[in-house]
Every structure is written in structure tokens, then in C-alpha cells.
Ligand binder design. Structure first.
Ligand code: F6R
Length: 614
């Protein structure tokens, strides 16, 4: 949440900052701002409520010259989204400007101390407290900005990725992180800062990933100097970013979300590449091969995640229990971290995360590690905090996901979980060879089936137009498709702002059926699986209460087609893989409903991708 970008070099900073902010806008879009040091070494701050385009408009007649600058796009935590609360924040003397992603938890006590020392505050943010505190320390100890940042962060509790610049010093930028992401790009004679690699990739592939409680001093002509807040000098290897510019552009699609839905076959190829051997009909995941004994000996697996990734985790439970016979519990990370969960030595925690930065999932990892669990992560973003906090894991390699609503991340997470369950099940001999080979073969063919669904996107678009009137939706599914019902409902809520509930189909009778009337559309995921007949009865129950039914069925289905108001066919596949196919029409449905309602699909209200605050 919140995107930060910085530049120090010989080029004009402003265009680089604006382009970077546009790439990071998915992380928050309540307000935007930048700070620049011009030729006269004056420190200028420009900021405004709204999106990056509003900032550009605001800056049209301003002096935006300078080769050092920092910029921010905000997702509000402390203080409403307005011009004053927007970042950057000046210090009292206006000598320092700072941008921040995260939350300073003890900001009130620091504020009290600063107020006693004569400091006055303009905004309601925790961030302004931080920049004032740095100035206070700098003045008190008469030290450099780098030293002042280290000393200040000593008494700061919370999460931060920050960048600070100083009036009169157009060759120095100081940045630091703890719990929020921050990457330093090393160009030819210049430096870049980004919350992720997207603002940097155009200029350099060489980056340094800072670790928690590290502060970096970037000075023109010098190598980056990295210290911990305890003053230990740190050397980091330079890493390469594996990201193509094409991956982070819309490439002709009206929205990133639609691009990412249509990109799923490519993402599946990347996810299975080198892991699934079509000829030998076998799966090789290096993380699982290296740690197979841990899985053989474990008593239980705990899967933890948030939102869409948690839905993938629920499918993981079905997979591991069916094919590995290992007990699995699936936990929402924000609940898990504050309970006192039973974790024994030898248990395995599988955190799942697209961004690899979700604060609650990171905290769940720390808790489980302390209690002795082995941590095996499933992440999309290479080098992310969660990827680095795990003992081992498997990347989904879905490619960058920029639309706020998660799509290809979900399906690739399910593919990774399937490959893991099959690999472990084979070793444990809890899956027959026939079943293993049949699922592997089906995984090899899955893309043809996905393509055949995407080719029929227009059908979904037509169906969506009929239902934009609805204020509430019910999504029902069973078995592997129950988490798909949750996911379909979440997709609709977050981008079209229509209330939707996901339920296990048979659970409907225990309460939610009271909601059904002729204005309540029900999306029923009803492919030809072992519970088909049961779902058919659930559909009859809805019909007899005049509910409208949109059914996702297997190609050639007759019975449900006869009773549902609308049907969308998906190809037949192995039961454990149906979720990969059945979720795609639901992704498309929510997309088209949102477009029809004129919603901001890629940047829905109140949301941000990468939830780095709890
Ligand atoms: C929904 C969505 C969120 C994320 C959740 C976890 O479309 O994107 O629910 O799934 O915030 O994020 P990650 O997977 O990055 O940990």
C-alpha cells in the first residue's frame, strides 16, 4: 500500500518520478505528490488529492526542475485523503521532505515529545511525525541526515519504507525499510528507488533488495552505503530483475484486469515450465525434492494467506488431503497471527501471496517460525519479503499482476498447489500412478481448455449486461468449487461494488436461502462432478423461490440447462482441476459487470494491491 519512487542522477527527475508513480498507482490512489531539489538547491513539495494525473495537472505551471526527487502515491491510513495529508511531508523548518509507506505505531508518543519541544503539525498523518522526529534528532546531535535517520528509526515502532531528501543537498538521498518493500536500482551514474521493480526496470536491471532495519545512503559518484539502524555496515549482492517492460503495459487491452485474465494460458506455461515434463508425465519441483523428508514426516500442514490467496489455500486443503493424506488447516493470516495456534516442531506452514508483501502473512510466518514450523512459501513476486522470509518454496511465475483484482495469481497458485500435492502424494504413495498420470496429462492440456473459455468471453459479456441491475448476488459451489464461489463473490464485490456472498451450496439451507427472491441472482458452479445431483437439487430449491440462476456447467450438460436462466459451459476436466476452469467465467463476469456499471476496474475505490499494513 502506497507507492514510493525516488531518483538521484543527472537526468531530470520529475518525468521519471511521474512515470514511476503511474506504474505504482495500483498500490494506492488517494493522493499523490513529489519533492524536488532545483538548481538553486531549493526544496519544493507539490501534492494533491486524487490520482497521479491530478498531480500532473497541478504541476503544469510549477517549477519541476531538478535531478533529485522523491514521489508518492497514497493509500490513506492516518488522516483522510486530502491535499494536506498527501506525501511528501516537510519537516518544521522545511529543510527535509519525506515519503513513507507503512504505519508508525508509536506516532502519538513521538508527537507528544515533539510538541513539548515546540514542533507544530500540519497534517493528521503518522508520516509527518517521522520527518519532524528526524529533524529533531538531526538538530539535537548536529549530525548528517543519514545518521539522523538511523538514530530516529531506533525509537520508531511499526512498518516503514521511507525516502528523505534535504534542502541544499542535491547529491544525497537517504532511504530505509522495515516491513514495507523498498528496492534500490543501480543505474549508470544514477540511482532509483521503488516500492517494486516497475518504476526501475526501464532504466536498469541491477537492484539491491534492502532488508528490515537497513538504511541506505545514496550519493552521486559513490557506491550505495548500507547500514543497519545499529550502525553495522552491510554488503548486499546486486540482483537482476527479471521483468520485461511489456509485462507491465496494457498492450492494447482497456484494463490490466482483462489483459491478465487473457494472459492466463501464458502464465500457466511459465508456471509449469521446467516443472512439468509432458513426455515423462512427471512433475519436478526443486523445493519439494529438496525438502521431501520434511513433508514425509510432518504431522500437519497449515496454509495461511489473505483474500484471493486464502481462497487458493482452501483449494490446497482439498488437494493435500485427497492426494497426500496429510491433515491441513487453512487460516486467514490476520486471525492466525493473533491467536495462540497449535504448531508443533515439524509442522509445515505454507504462506501463499501474490505480492509477497502482505503484512499479516509476513507476521504469520514469523509466529510459525518461532514455534518451530518449516516455512514453504508460494509467491509470485520474485525477491519479495515473503519469498525471502521462507525456508524454501515455489514461485508461481504468473508475471506481474497490476490490476487490483487478482486473477492469474489465483489460478497459478492453484496450479502450484496441485503440482505440490501430486509430487508429495507420489513420494508418499498416497496417490495411484494412474491418477497421478491422468492429472499430469490433464495439466499439460489445460491451456487448450482455458483458451476455449476465453474465446467465449462475449457470451459472458452478454450475460453480465442482463444482471447489472442486481444489488445482491449469491455464489454457490461445492468441493473444489466452493472456494471458487468465494472467489467469484469477492471479484464482483471489489470491482463492481455489488454485494455478493459465496457459500457452500448445501449450506444455503441453513440461513442464506431466506435472502432468495425474484431479485436475487445466484451464480451456481455446477460442473459434472460427484456432487452434481446434489447441486441440481440446490438449484431447484432456488428456482422454487423465484431466484435467478446463472450456472457454470460442463460442456454438453442437459439437466441444469433445462432449469437455469443462463448457462455457461466449461470443458470437462479432472475434478481437482475444475476450479482453474470454472473461475475464469466468474473473473470475466465481474469484469464486464464492473465495466457496464462504469467502475474504475483497475483501481477500485478504497482498495490497493499489496496490503503492507495490517
Ligand atoms: C483480491 C485481492 C486480495 C489479495 C490479498 C492478498 O482480488 O487481490 O484479496 O488476494 O490482499 O494479497 P497477496 O496475495 O499479495 O498476499
Amino acid at each position: 500500500m502506497c507507492g514510493i519512487v525516488g531518483y538521484l542522477g543527472d537526468k531530470q527527475a520529475y518525468p521519471i518520478l511521474i512515470k514511476g508513480l503511474k506504474r505504482l498507482e495500483y498500490r494506492g490512489y488517494d493522493s499523490a505528490g513529489c519533492a524536488l531539489l532545483n538548481e538553486n538547491l531549493e526544496l519544493k513539495v507539490y501534492k494533491t488529492k486524487g490520482k497521479v494525473s491530478s498531480l500532473e495537472e497541478y504541476c503544469k505551471d510549477k517549477d519541476v526542475s531538478g535531478t533529485l526527487g522523491i514521489a508518492h502515491t497514497r493509500w490513506a491510513t492516518h488522516g483522510e485523503p486530502n491535499d494536506t495529508n498527501a506525501h511528501p511531508h516537510y519537516s518544521q523548518s522545511k529543510n527535509l521532505a519525506l515519503i513513507h509507506n507503512g504505519i508508525i505505531e508509536n506516532y502519538l508518543s513521538i508527537k507528544q515529545m515533539l510538541t513539548k519541544n515546540g514542533y507544530k503539525f500540519q497534517s493528521q498523518t503518522d508520516t509527518e511525525v517521522l520527518v519532524q522526529a528526524i529533524e529533531f534528532v538531526k538538530t539535537k546531535y548536529d549530525c548528517s541526515l543519514f545518521e539522523a535517520v538511523k538514530r530516529t528509526l531506533h525509537f520508531v515502532i511499526g512498518a516503514y519504507a521511507i525516502c528523505v531528501i534535504e534542502k541544499g543537498k542535491n547529491d544525497t538521498l537517504v532511504a530505509a525499510r522495515k516491513g514495507s518493500p523498498l528496492i534500490v536500482g543501480i543505474g549508470e551514474g544514477d540511482f532509483f528507488i521503488g516500492s517494486d521493480a516497475t518504476p526501475i526496470v526501464e532504466y536498469t536491471n541491477n537492484v539491491i533488495y534492502l532488508d528490515d532495519e537497513e538504511v541506505v545512503l545514496l550519493e552521486k559518484g559513490n557506491r550505495p552505503l548500507i547500514n543497519t539502524i545499529n550502525n553495522e555496515e552491510i554488503e548486499h549482492d546486486i540482483s537482476k530483475i527479471e521483468l520485461e517492460l511489456n509485462d507491465i503495459e496494457k498492450q492494447g487491452y482497456p484494463h490490466f484486469m482483462l489483459k491478465e485474465i487473457f494472459e492466463q494460458p501464458k502464465s500457466f506455461d511459465l508456471c509449469m515450465n521446467g516443472r512439468l515434463n509432458v513426455e515423462k508425465k512427471e512433475i519436478k519441483l526443486s523445493g519439494i525434492i529438496d525438502h521431501i523428508d520434511k513433508f514425509k514426516q510432518c504431522n500437519k500442514i497449515i496454509i495461511t494467506a489473505c483474500g484471493t490467496s486464502w481462497h487458493a489455500g482452501l483449494i490446497g486443503k482439498y488437494l493435500f488431503e485427497e492426494f497426500c493424506r496429510i491433515p491441513v488447516v487453512v487460516e486467514v493470516a490476520s486471525e492466525f497471527r493473533y491467536r495462540n495456534p497449535v504448531i508443533k516442531q515439524g509442522d509445515i506452514l505454507i504462506p501463499i501471496s501474490q505480492s509477497g508483501e502482505t503484512a499479516d502473512t509476513l507476521a504469520a510466518i514469523e509466529l510459525a517460525r518461532k514455534k518451530g514450523a518449516f516455512i514453504y512459501g508460494i509467491c509470485n513476486v520474485v525477491g519479495s519479503s515473503i519469498a525471502r522470509a521462507t525456508d524454501s518454496g515455489t514461485y508461481t511465475h504468473a508475471g506481474p499482476e497490476i490490476g487490483v483484482a487478482s486473477t492469474k495469481a489465483f489460478t497459478t497458485q492453484v496450479i502450484v498447489l496441485t503440482m505440490m500435492a501430486l509430487s508429495i502424494g507420489k513420494e508418499l504413495k498416497t496417490i495411484t500412478n494412474e491418477k497421478y498420470e491422468s492429472i499430469v496429462k490433464e495439466l499439460c492440456n489445460i491451456n487448450e481448455k482455458v483458451e476455449s473459455i476465453l474465446e467465449k468471453a462475449k457470451e459472458i459479456e452478454q450475460i453480465s449486461k442482463i444482471f447489472t441491475y442486481a444489488r445482491n448476488f449469491m455464489y454457490l459451489g461445492r468441493g473444489y468449487n466452493y472456494p471458487v464461489a468465494l472467489e467469484g463473490a469477492l471479484k464482483l464485490k471489489e470491482i463492481s461494488y455489488i454485494h455478493a456472498e459465496g457459500y457452500p451450496a448445501a449450506e444455503m439451507k441453513h440461513g442464506p436461502i431466506a435472502l432468495i427472491d425474484d431479485e436475487m441472482p445466484c451464480v451456481v458452479i455446477a460442473p459434472l462432478l460427484k456432487t452434481y445431483e446434489k447441486v441440481l437439487s440446490n438449484i431447484e430449491e432456488i428456482r422454487s423461490r423465484k431466484g435467478k440462476i446463472i450456472a457454470i456447467v460442463t460442456q454438453g450438460d442437459k439437466d441444469i440447462k433445462n432449469i437455469a436462466d443462463m448457462c455457461f459451459e466449461i470443458p470437462q476436466t479432472e475434478e481437482c482441476l475444475t476450479s482453474i476452469l470454472s473461475v475464469i467465467p466468474l473473473q470475466l463476469f465481474s469484469y464486464y459487470v464492473a465495466v457496464e456499471k462504469g467502475r474504475d476496474v483497475d483501481q477500485p475505490r478504497n482498495l490497493a494491491k499489496s496490503v503492507t499494513v495490517e
